[in-house]
Design a protein around this ligand. Structure first.
Ligand SMILES: [Zn+2]
Length: 426
């Protein structure tokens, strides 16, 4: 009997999956549409402008989960069928611009940042709708425009002629997570080192949960994008190099904050492979990194803690996780509204804690949880997290989202990353 029930169940699951795939086939090509945008403004206002629309040859994302069910990100976009108003595709993401808007400088200066968004290439006319999440959690529309996929001016650039290596190959992009690593600060002569560095990074990532138990679901790609100079730009030493994506340390005047605003170059390079998440590997032994949800993650190759940092940054960039630390030097001010439950899965203001990791906790653990020896290795609700000492709570005394010395991700972070992997692989 159980065999019959199991097979009926598998047929049902399979037919649901095939139905979802036919929704994809009805509406999308297995290519990408990319919108290059400019986000501009200051602390109090922001606007979004279109630069250009591009067609890219690969689509690395899910063919099944087209509608975002996670609700992460400071921004959210919908791709809507123009004929019947149905939402065909949606995702959330974060930006460096929105981080900058929380700095002191944004009170006095207006700035513009490149931003890019990709989705599967629509077959018919669609409406693209971009919203920002306001402090109170509601959304404000930034841009709405109709797009004709047959528009003559949609740019179909030739891909750059870079070597693309599949470093770990577990199967098709449609039902696997594809991490694409792009080379930054590696000269053409250093590409063997780059591929070795990516392999080392991939092996390290896959040795930590939940990546370890999901290892057969994850591909790693390396795009060998050469730089004129070897190394990384370091403004504090007045060292400026010519590199593939113009990354630099000292973002927002924080020495270890390694970032890049040239997301157009990053996407041009990443387009050489099908991908779900972009990782930039910078060829230096200096300490630093950055990770922004559904944008990209960036880290260095040769610092003794480089692998720990990259795993942490991918926690932000891929997993949508918040920093669980609150004592380090950051440039942000009032990053969280304590009256709103943050969207990040690994912090809470206790406004709606039952939507977070409560289901993973022992019923006997107090909420909030005191930092006491008794709870050192327990999942709890510990005060301090997300750069805020009071009123924001984290799931563990220590976690890879808090320090490089943690044994790995806490169970709440592991659960969130595992859900992301499943969402992409379905
Ligand atoms: Zn954690």
């Amino acid at each position: 009997m159980r065999i019959i029930i199991t097979s009926v169940l598998s047929i049902l699951i399979l037919s649901n999956c095939m139905q979802a795939q036919s929704v994809f086939e009805q509406n999308f090509e297995q290519e990408s549409m990319r919108l290059d945008l400019v986000l501009a403004g200051n602390k109090s206002v922001q606007n979004a402008y279109l630069l250009e629309i591009k067609q890219e040859p690969y689509w690395g994302g899910s063919l099944t989960n087209l509608i975002d069910s996670l609700g992460y990100g400071e921004y959210h976009f919908n791709v809507i069928d123009k004929a019947n108003n149905e939402i065909l595709y949606s995702r959330g993401f974060c930006t460096l611009f929105e981080e900058w808007r929380t700095t002191e400088e944004a009170k006095f200066v207006s700035k513009a940042f490149y931003q890019t968004v990709t989705f599967p290439y629509p077959k018919n006319e669609v409406v693209f709708q971009l919203d920002e999440r306001k402090k109170d959690g509601s959304y404000n529309n930034l841009l709405t425009m109709a797009i004709d996929p047959d528009d003559q001016n949609i740019r179909k650039s030739k891909l750059p002629d870079f070597e693309v290596a599949k470093i770990i190959d577990k199967g098709s992009s449609a039902d696997h997570v594809d991490f694409v690593f792009i080379a930054e600060g590696y000269t053409l002569e250093e590409m063997d080192k780059f591929k070795k560095d990516v392999k080392g990074m991939a092996d390290y990532i896959l040795s930590y949960e939940p990546y370890k138990q999901k290892a057969d679901k994850i591909n790693f790609w390396a795009v060998c994008s050469p730089s004129v100079n070897s190394g990384a730009s370091n403004p504090r030493k007045d060292e400026w190099l010519s590199t593939a994506i113009n990354s630099s340390f000292n973002t927002f005047y924080i020495e270890r904050y390694l970032e890049a605003t040239d997301v157009i170059s990053i996407r041009d390079i990443a387009a050489c492979a099908p991908y779900d998440h972009i990782c930039v590997l910078v060829n230096t032994d200096k300490y630093g990194g950055g990770g922004i949800y559904n944008h990209f993650s960036i880290g260095t190759s040769d610092h003794p803690k480089a692998r720990e940092v990259m795993l942490h940054e991918i926690g932000h960039g891929f997993g949508g996780l918040a920093d669980e630390y609150y004592t380090s030097d950051v440039a942000y001010q009032n990053f969280f509204d304590l009256n709103v439950e943050p969207w990040q899965p690994n912090i809470t203001t206790l406004v709606n804690f039952s939507s977070k990791w409560q289901h993973l906790m022992k019923a006997s653990t107090p909420i909030p949880t005191p930092v006491d020896k008794k709870y050192t290795d327990e999942l709890g609700v510990f005060e301090g997290g997300g750069y805020v000492e009071k009123g924001v709570y984290r799931p563990a005394v220590n976690c890879r989202m808090k320090t490089n010395e943690a044994k790995g991700f806490c169970p709440a972070c592991q659960d969130a990353i595992a859900r992301m992997i499943d969402f992409i692989c379905e």
